[in-house]
Design a protein around this ligand. Structure first.
Ligand code: IPM
Ligand code: MN
Length: 376
């Protein structure tokens, strides 16, 4: 397993350190040879090399089996022109790796049902995944630019771009609750009407999946009104960016949300949250989004579903034990810092792993054959 870490800026560094520990422990437990290398992106890369993403970093990412990114950006680089900003480095990375499908699962762990500003009757049992198109749309359309009198961007999608991300969403739905909600603004935008038409076409290849369409303004409201109605949400780059932050409210904090970005050749994992300059370097960031992104890495890049399930369970057990970072404090909880939260999750992970290792033999009295039963 060859993994490139791109900690980036702000709390990206702290959550990547947490992610790295989990990666190492899992690799060791499953006896997987591991090489990890950390490189610069975003503001850190601007400070060192003058640009947010160097060819050297990009080349290393091409060669890796998976890339993990912490977060990028910060006030220090906000006044640079658009194409020199830290964000431009991340967009170039996503585009160059061709990771067109961004999956953002939004799941409410039972101990977290009261963590949201929404009522627990609303949040409980939420389990959806947002499929956000990641390498096209308004983020990349040409022409783009500005002069002193106006500024412009272009929302554009090709048939191929819509088809491929739609297929991924429908395929995922066949393994979930058989429901895709495609979100657009087809009442106004040609680009959205085109999106909708193609999604309908692709949907015909998946007769078991129920497809419905929602306008983005309504979808934003429905996500916080009744999130349980959603299974798979399929949407464009810009709308997916906005809706995934809204969905973060359901889980109690944006710090909880992981993501996986998948292309035909490469994969990239990032927590959904940003670099949070206001708490950067204070050991206060929530590492759960990053650690849950590592779980997705083991599942999607390495086919290690068992590892993914264990990491997820370790997170849930830690929450059940009452540990909370500052963004998700609750009455009677144990408030911990980033490192302590990571340590607790790792303790729980080790327990789950030991459970798997402690196999004890027993004799089947009928057949006198030796079986191995797993303790957990
Ligand atoms: C996200 C972020 C990024 C985006 C920024 C940092 C470029 O907000 O991953 O959601 O807009 O895609
Ligand atoms: Mn965002």
């Amino acid at each position: 397993m060859k993994i490139i870490l791109l900690p980036g800026d702000g709390i990206g560094l702290e959550v990547t350190a947490a992610a790295e520990q989990v990666i190492r422990i899992v690799a060791e437990h499953f006896n997987k040879p591991l090489s990890i290398e950390a490189m610069l992106i975003g503001g850190a890369s601007i400070d060192a090399d003058g640009i947010p993403l160097t060819d050297e970093t990009l080349e290393a990412c091409y060669k890796a089996d998976a890339v993990f990114l912490g977060a990028i950006g910060g006030v220090k680089w906000d006044n640079l022109e658009q194409k020199l900003k830290p964000e431009a480095g991340l967009l170039k990375l996503r585009k160059s790796l061709g990771v067109y499908t961004n999956m953002r699962p939004v799941k409410v762990y039972e101990p977290m049902v009261n963590a949201s500003s929404l009522k627990s009757e609303v949040t409980r049992g939420t389990d959806m995944v947002i499929f956000r198109e990641l390498t096209g749309g308004l983020y990349f359309g040409e022409p783009r630019g500005s002069d002193s009198d106006s500024a412009w961007n272009t929302m554009e999608y090709s048939r191929l771009e819509v088809e491929r991300v739609a297929r991924k969403a429908f395929e995922a739905a066949t393994k979930r609750r058989q429901k895709v909600t495609s979100v657009d603004k087809a009442n106004i935008l040609e680009c959205s009407q085109f999106w909708r038409d193609i999604v309908i076409e692709v949907g015909k290849e998946y007769p078991s999946v129920q497809l419905n369409h929602m306008l983005v303004d309504n979808a934003a409201m429905q996500i916080v009104r009744n999130p349980r109605q959603f299974d798979v949400i399929l949407t464009s780059n810009m709308f997916g960016d906005i809706l995934s932050d809204i969905a973060g409210v359901i889980t109690g904090s944006l710090g909880m949300l992981p993501s996986a970005s998948i292309g035909d050749k490469h994969t990239l994992y990032e927590p959904v949250h940003g670099s949070a300059p206001d708490i950067a370097g204070q050991n206060r960031a929530n590492p759960i989004g990053a650690i849950a992104s590592v779980a997705m890495m083991f599942e999607y890049s390495f086919g290690m579903d068992e590892a993914a399930v264990m990491i997820d369970k370790a997170i849930e057990n830690t929450l059940t034990q009452g540990y909370r970072t500052v963004d998700i404090v609750a009455e009677g909880c144990k408030v911990v810092n980033t490192e302590h939260m990571t340590e607790q999750i790792i303790n729980n992970l080790r327990k789950l792993m030991q459970g798997k290792k402690k196999a004890t033999p027993y004799i089947d009295p009928t057949y006198y054959m030796v079986f191995w039963s797993e303790a957990d």
